[in-house]
Design a protein around this ligand. Sequence first.
Ligand code: NDP
Length: 234
Amino acid sequence: MGRSVLVTGGNRGIGLAIARTLADAGHRVAVTHRGSGAPDGLFGVQADVTDVEQIDAAFEQVEQHQGPVEVVVSNAGITDDTLLMRMDEESFTKVLDANLTGAYRVAKRATRGMLKAKWGRFVFISSVVGLSGGAGQVNYAASKAGLVGLARSLTRELGSRNITSNVVAPGFIETDMTGELTDKQREAALAQIPAGRYGAPEDVANLVRFLASDEAGYLNGAVLPVDGGLGMGH
Ligand code: NDP
């Protein structure tokens, strides 16, 4: 009957595609949202990943509804792009708090149950930019690079307990996040993608479906690109 899955930020974009794909694969899937409500057919819990109490309450609801969380997809994330010279401290810490510290909070809360079950899957949604860097994205790139250190440390701490921690690094995926870019920025990005197209949220979701499966049990501490070749060499 599948696994108990929680996808943060699963109410839209890449997170929603991951949630639907895992549900189609037979898992019991819950998503967090910040007030939009649950998408049709999915179990939703309200939680902001910058708030540890909301995370704890969300886990309790999910545990009651579908059992202890066995698969965590840490997907919630934001951007606040500007060049370093213009980036104020609030912008830097806000992005780190949501993208990196949020992932830490969720992972910490989930670990208890996974240790008890002697089985678990962490998937952290990073970005090609976490490895290559991005002009105007000092805060975002730092947060996404931080997920690699977080996941690999978890692999060392929990790897012997049948718990895997992997990082997915998407390239340019068509969602609200990339919809905010100018036509010029979108064209410049496309010119760099060997696949010759932007990615779809489902391209990321298909990889996550595999990482969440029993078959992926020996894949641990990996950083897996899903970017049409955009990040090759990093
Ligand atoms: P969207 O902007 O479409 O969705 C972001 C999601 O994260 C929303 O569900 C949003 O919730 C949620 N979220 C943001 N902040 C918080 C928070 N503090 N607490 C809880 N939830 C939060 O982005 P994408 O779907 O494009 O991105 C999903 C992930 O993939 C992000 O981590 C992003 O960095 C990463 N990524 C995206 C790429 C792309 O090209 N699109 C490329 C590489 C990585 P709400 O609806 O409430 O705002």
